[in-house]
Design a protein around this ligand. Structure first.
Ligand SMILES: *[C@@H]1O[C@H](CO)[C@@H](O)[C@H](O)[C@H]1NC(C)=O
Ligand SMILES: *[C@@H]1O[C@H](CO)[C@@H](O)[C@H](O)[C@H]1NC(C)=O
Ligand SMILES: *[C@@H]1O[C@H](CO)[C@@H](O)[C@H](O)[C@H]1NC(C)=O
Ligand SMILES: *[C@@H]1O[C@H](CO)[C@@H](O)[C@H](O)[C@H]1NC(C)=O
Length: 370
């Protein structure tokens, strides 16, 4: 990479890191039970005594892909299914997910689109299962449009809940030289226009190397480079996405969410078991509020980019902290073809809580849309 480009990248990332705090629009706060602000993302996992969890029986949910269906794949322990997220603060609580209310009101005649990688798919399938378990007779049709999979619920004025698989948000274009990851191009955004609720995510693919890296060059401005600092590339792509949000989203018509960084568990030193190199033997969450290994550094970069979006409130699903505590929630060898997977999440499982929090934020915002 040419020096001017690398210096300007480092400089812009450094600038982003200096800006101190998230704007009030940064979602997840709620004023339930009084004027006191409540952060739904700070809390602890407790065993559910009310018998609500798991929120559905995975064997009767038609939406789960085999790779997330840990019980079907032979996972025997069930303890991980019985935890409920409890936000800290006396006046702070999560409303139960009422699927009937959700479909009849929040979703009636509307469209929700998840955009992102397989962690978005994880959350999307979890949401569909939560709905299905309460409304098992709600019929739906399945359709495909390019990279988008759509479930339509005719009984709710064609409410649609869809996933656009897009691992970088910015474009990868095949050119004569090879496949180019274009950090400042976001043509795919055309497919996102018109949705009422958009929930974005990108992260896990930025650190891929070797055969599973789906590009040959990165384009930064007018430079074509063979590689660069991946966190910086992620930051530039997100900045492109943020500019897209500012110039394409009408906040009276669309609510925008960003699903934060979903953590993996391959390094036991992070949770006090040095020498452990996977989640394979984890059957319990960490029961305090703090993950000893700390937060991934890219999270600060992400928060600063979100905080600088002007004119469009972007609700941040700050799931990193609560998910870090769930070293027990991954498929491990009960995922795809028995391969070790400490990145995705079993369903039922942790993404159900992401959706309960999403639902709680929607309860306070869905009526704002025209
Ligand atoms: C889940 O549903 C299946 C099929 O109806 C049933 O056999 C199983 O007992 C259920 N599991 C639980 C934990 O309720
Ligand atoms: C769930 O929502 C429906 C439809 O709005 C309502 O009739 C029902 O009382 C709600 N259930 C609970 C437990 O609040
Ligand atoms: C595992 O985590 C520890 C503590 O955070 C860190 O010092 C170490 O470098 C990590 N090991 C690997 C292989 O990433
Ligand atoms: C997560 O949130 C809690 C507050 O609930 C905080 O004490 C903790 O330091 C945060 N970070 C990590 C990495 O656990």
């Amino acid at each position: 990479m040419n020096n001017a480009v690398s210096i300007s990248i480092i400089f812009s990332v450094a600038l982003l890191l200096q800006i101190p705090k998230l704007s009030a629009a940064g979602g997840g706060s709620s004023k339930r039970g009084g004027a006191e602000e409540c952060n739904l993302f700070q809390g602890i996992w407790v065993r559910d005594a009310a018998g609500d969890y798991p929120l559905y029986n995975e064997s009767t949910c038609p939406f789960i892909q085999p790779e997330f269906n840990c019980q079907k794949n032979g996972r025997i322990d069930r303890g991980y299914l019985g935890y409920r997220w409890e936000p800290l603060g006396a006046s702070c609580s999560l409303a139960r997910f009422n699927a009937s209310f959700f479909m009849s009101n929040v979703m009636r005649g509307r469209t929700m689109m998840f955009v992102g990688d397989s962690l978005s798919r994880n959350q999307w399938q979890s949401l569909l299962c939560i709905i299905h378990s309460s409304l098992p007779t709600a019929t739906y049709t399945t359709s495909f449009q390019g990279s988008t999979t759509i479930y339509t619920f005719p009984h709710y004025e064609n409410a649609r809940i869809m996933l656009d698989r897009n691992v970088f948000l910015v474009d990868v274009v095949s050119e004569k030289t090879g496949r180019v990851l274009k950090l400042d191009s976001i043509e795919a955004g055309k497919r996102w226009l018109g949705a009422d609720y958009l929930i974005f995510n990108t992260w896990h693919w930025w650190n891929r190397r070797g055969p599973s890296q789906p590009w040959d060059f990165i384009q930064v401005g007018r430079e074509l480079v063979k590689d660069m600092d991946r966190t910086a590339a992620f930051g530039l792509a997100l900045t492109t996405w943020a500019a897209w949000v500012e110039s394409n989203i009408d906040p009276a018509k669309t609510l925008v969410f960003y699903q934060g960084i979903s953590p993996s568990h391959y390094n036991g030193s992070e949770w006090g078991e040095p020498g452990v190199t996977s989640c394979g033997k984890e059957h319990q969450p960490l029961l305090g509020p703090t993950y000893p290994g700390g937060l991934p550094p890219a999270l600060a970069l992400l928060k600063n980019i979100l905080a600088n979006i002007r004119g469009v409130p972007v609700h941040f699903l700050d799931i990193t902290n609560l998910s870090l505590l769930r070293k027990d929630g991954h498929p491990s060898i009960y995922g795809l073809d028995g391969r070790l997977d400490c990145s995705h999440w079993c369903l039922a499982g942790v993404p159900d809580t992401w959706n309960v929090i999403l639902y709680n934020i929607l309860l306070e915002n869905w009526q704002l849309l025209r």
